[in-house]
Design a binder for this molecule. Structure first.
Ligand SMILES: [Zn+2]
Length: 337
C-alpha cells in the first residue's frame, strides 16, 4: 500500500491474463468513519492480500494515535474487476455495502448481470447471422461467461446491500462531505467521487493515466462518455485524479484534454475511411482492418467496441448512413445535396 494523499491509501491488486484481468487499484479513505472505494477481485487469495494491506494501514494509524475504522465499501461501477470482492470483503471486515440504485439492479443476481452484456443491434453491425444461429451462439456465450466471471474474477452477486443511494448524492466520509455523481459512458451505472476542498476525484475507469478507457456495446456510449469527461473538466479546483487502474494523475486538465482530442481523432479517422470508400461503401469489419492492419486478431477484437460505437455516433449525427445488404452491413457518407 501507498499513501497517495494524506489519509488516502492505494492498494494495488495484481492482475493476470493482460487486458482481460488488469491490475486493479483499491483506495482506502482512512479515518474514524472510513470507506473502501472499489472492491476489486473476489478470489480468496486476493481478498486475503487486501485484508493484510488494510491491517498495515491500521497499524500505521495506531502508531500515530489516530482512530482507524472502516465502515463502508462503495464501487465505481459494476464491471467484474470492480465489484467481485464485495461479498468476501464485507464478511471479513463486517462493513456495509453501499450501492447506487443502478448498480444494485445490475448485480442483484447472476441473471441481471449477464443480461447487461447481452448483444444489441450495434454489435450485430459486425456480423449478420441467421436468427437460429445467433440464438445458439448467445446461449453458449452466456453459459461461458457465467463460468468465466466466477472463475476468473471471483464474482459474487449482492441482493442485500446495507445502503442504497441515489447516483447524485453527498456522502460523509470521516466527517467530510464527498459528492457522488453519475458518470456514464464506459458503463451505464458508473459514478465518480469528488471532494472540492481537496480537489480530489476518484474517476474509476473513465479517466486513466496512460491507457484509453475501453468503450464497447452494449453498455458503453461515446456521446455519454464525452459528456462525462466534459462534466469532469468543469469541476472547480480539480487537482488530483485517482483512477481505478494505473498511477495517480497529477495533471488532470492535460489528461482530460488528451482524452477529448483522442476521441475526436478517432471519430475523424472512421469518417475519413468511409469517405474514401464512398463509391462502394465499407463494412465495419473492413474499417477495423483498415485501422489495425498490422495488429493481431486479438487487438482487432478489443477495438471492435469503439469502432462500432463510433459508427453509432456518426450515424446519430447524420454524417453516415447504413445500408443492410444480404451478407453484410455497409456504410456510406451521407449525401450532401
Ligand atoms: Zn470498467
Amino acid at each position: 500500500m501507498r499513501e497517495v494523499y494524506p489519509g488516502i491509501f492505494l492498494i494495488k491488486e495484481k492482475g493476470t491474463f493482460g487486458v482481460i484481468k488488469p491490475p486493479e487499484n483499491i483506495y482506502v479513505l482512512a479515518g474514524s468513519d472510513g470507506i473502501i472505494y472499489d472492491a476489486g477481485y473476489g478470489s480468496k487469495r486476493v481478498v486475503k492480500y487486501l485484508i493484510k494491506e488494510l491491517k498495515e494501514i491500521e497499524n500505521y494509524f495506531e502508531e500515530q494515535n489516530k482512530e482507524f475504522k472502516l465502515t463502508r465499501i462503495l464501487v465505481s461501477h459494476c464491471h467484474p474487476d470492480h465489484f467481485s470482492g464485495l461479498k468476501r470483503i464485507r464478511k471479513a471486515l463486517g462493513i456495509n455495502i453501499v450501492l447506487t440504485k443502478k448498480s444494485q439492479e445490475i448485480i442483484k443476481d447472476k441473471r441481471s448481470f449477464i443480461e447487461t452484456f447481452e448483444t444489441d443491434a450495434y454489435e450485430d453491425y459486425l456480423r449478420i447471422r441467421k436468427k437460429a444461429t445467433s440464438k445458439i451462439l448467445n446461449f453458449l456465450r452466456n453459459v461461458g461467461s457465467r463460468v468465466f466471471y466466477q472463475r476468473i474474477f471471483g464474482a459474487s452477486y449482492i441482493d442485500d446491500p446495507e445502503d442504497v443511494i441515489e447516483d447524485n448524492s453527498e456522502i460523509l466520509i470521516n466527517g467530510e462531505s464527498w459528492k457522488v455523481f453519475p458518470s456514464p459512458g464506459h458503463a451505464i451505472d458508473h459514478i465518480s467521487l469528488y471532494n472540492e476542498d481537496k480537489g480530489i476525484l476518484f474517476s474509476g475507469d473513465n479517466i486513466l493515466r496512460s491507457i484509453t478507457t475501453w468503450l464497447g456495446p452494449p453498455n458503453s456510449d461515446i456521446a455519454e462518455y464525452v459528456e462525462t469527461i466534459k462534466k469532469i473538466e468543469k469541476l472547480s479546483n480539480l487537482k488530483l485524479i485517482l483512477a481505478a487502474h494505473g498511477s495517480p494523475i497529477e495533471n488532470p486538465r492535460e489528461r482530460i484534454a488528451d482524452i477529448l482530442r483522442h476521441r475526436k481523432d478517432r471519430e475523424k479517422q472512421v469518417l475519413d475511411i468511409i469517405y474514401n470508400n464512398s463509391e462502394n461503401g465499407i463494412s465495419p469489419k473492413e474499417i477495423i482492418r483498415a485501422i489495425y492492419s498490422n495488429n493481431s486478431r486479438f487487438l482487432r477484437q478489443v477495438a471492435r467496441g469503439w469502432v462500432v460505437l463510433t459508427l453509432k455516433l456518426l450515424e446519430n449525427k447524420n454524417l453516415i448512413r447504413r445500408v443492410d445488404t444480404k451478407k453484410k452491413i455497409i456504410f456510406f457518407p451521407t449525401k450532401k445535396d
